[in-house]
Design a protein around this ligand. Structure first.
Ligand code: MV4
Length: 450
């Protein structure tokens, strides 16, 4: 087992990782930018190293600075968390060259899933259903028009280097194809420096359902059931839950098998997430695979009663997993509390938190790095807390979430709490009647002062 883990991240996830390390008897090293001096991850780690100014590029994304911190503290493993360097294949490679274990899959696995055309080809070979489409890169307009004709409109153009919605364009008729491809290419070039675009059938009103998987170094891959992440806005998830209200035992069996096949096809090591689009007929299609721990991992932890960070560290150290799939014993739901103004287009709203009272009580979990007096810096993402509730049924879980949201008090900055309160009262949400388009039509009511 590792002696000392350096956490190459900040915020709630850094704290989350430190907690598990302590329980496992592993020493921890925090790294921080000058904007994060007062952060709890810095206080709770055994050691902390300042790695630069607020800008991510010069701190949390700086490989030389992180490797220097490894050098001076003698850490034998690096946990990348999510975001920042978590899916950077070059970083994983450099860790290996340095003789420090990157807690996650190999550079090769990250690369295979990072390029979306390669990922799709890999899934086709593994018999995992993918969205109908040509698969290959678009090369010229006549050929693109021919492909679209074969697939049938509407089609969607996606960047092969993309993911998470960047560089996507929907095309409804042939006249628009050339222009939209042009725009997709420009967007992809600016975001990823790779302007490769591919085409697939546009699935209308899909649900986003993802499967948590774990693979060990001995070739075992299991799934830990699904999370429904359909409640999102501009590709930012706001609520995730397990079980999905749309799930059935037979669909879970089929999707779980597909997720395992996806993992096995690349000999996957670590925790990972296989994302699927699910249409109204319960056809499912591989969308992408995330080769990291995700923000919403607590939803799975609560329903299966296991620590996923601990599993991640154990498989990174070479331990075998037990080879069983896990199924939800409870219902769990997570609301992301962001420092954003939901009444003003979810504009980021950093600043000083003057008072903070977390929700508490049976079945309530809050993962957060903030406290009264903490200043949310403007440089990083705006999530300040994750409120996770669990109960025997979805109905009870929503009741508990409403109760917890009502006692969750954050003053000094605006947050997404009022949005979540209204969502929990929405009839379609309560009935599980939603897809990824749900928030496009969701109208927030102005708050009364009562
Ligand atoms: C799609 C799609 C419909 N059809 N692909 C969005 C993020 C990126 N991972 C892929 N995404 C989508 N791909 C086909 N062929 C609809 C989306 C999509 C979406 C997917 C999951 C969650 C929210 C979404 C919101 C809009 C569009």
């Amino acid at each position: 087992m590792f002696q000392k883990i350096l956490i190459a991240n900040r915020g709630e996830i850094a704290l989350r990782i430190i907690r598990t390390c302590k329980e496992m008897g592993i020493k921890t090293v925090a790294v921080y930018s000058t904007a994060d001096r007062e952060s709890l991850h810095v206080r709770f780690a055994d050691e902390a190293v300042c790695i630069g100014p607020p800008s991510s590029a010069e701190s949390y994304l700086s490989v030389p600075k992180i490797m220097a911190a490894v050098e001076i503290t003698n850490a034998d493993a690096i946990h990348p968390g999510y975001g920042f360097l978590a899916e950077n294949a070059e970083f994983a490679e450099i860790c290996t060259e340095y003789g420090v274990k990157f807690i996650g899959p190999s550079a090769d696995m990250i690369r295979k899933m990072g390029d979306k055309i390669t990922a799709k080809d890999t899934m086709i070979k593994a018999n995992v259903p993918v969205v109908p489409g040509s698969g290959g890169l678009l090369t010229n307009t006549p050929d693109a028009l021919k492909q679209a004709e074969e697939i049938g409109y509407p089609v969607i153009l996606k960047a092969t280097a993309g993911g998470g919605g960047k560089g996507m364009r929907i095309v409804w008729d042939p006249e628009k194809l050339e222009g939209e491809w042009e725009k997709a290419r420009a967007e992809a070039k600016a975001s990823f420096t790779n302007d490769g675009i591919y085409m697939e059938k546009f699935i209308e009103e899909p649900r986003h359902i993802e499967f948590q998987i774990v693979g060990d170094q001995h070739g075992n891959v299991v799934h830990l059931s699904e999370r429904d992440c359909s409640i999102q806005r501009r590709h930012q998830k706001l609520v995730e839950e397990c079980p999905s209200p749309f799930m059935t035992p037979s669909l879970r069996k089929k999707m779980g098998e597909a997720a395992i096949a996806a993992g096995k096809s690349i000999n996957y090591e670590g925790v990972g997430t296989v994302e699927f689009l699910v249409d109204k007929h319960r056809n499912f299609y591989f969308m992408e695979m995330n080769t990291r721990i995700q923000v919403e991992h607590p939803v799975t932890e609560e329903v299966i009663d296991h620590d996923l960070i601990k599993e991640q560290i154990k498989v990174a150290a070479g331990e075998k997993i037990d080879g069983k799939n896990y199924f939800p014993k409870m219902h769990a739901m997570e609301c992301r509390i962001n420092a954003e103004d939901p009444f003003n287009d979810f504009r980021p709203n950093p600043g000083k938190i003057t008072s903070f009272h977390s929700a508490k009580g049976q079945g309530v979990r809050v993962d957060t790095h903030v406290y009264a007096g903490y200043t949310v810096p403007p440089y990083y993402d705006s999530m300040i807390a994750k409120l996770i509730c669990k109960a025997q049924t979805r109905e009870e879980c929503i009741r508990k979430m409403k109760r917890a949201l009502n006692e969750f008090i954050v003053e000094g900055i605006k947050t997404t709490v009022p949005f979540h309160k209204q969502l929990m009262e929405d009839e379609d949400f309560i009935n599980g009647n939603f897809n990824t388009g749900f928030l496009n039509d969701f109208v927030l009511k102005e708050e009364s002062d009562s």
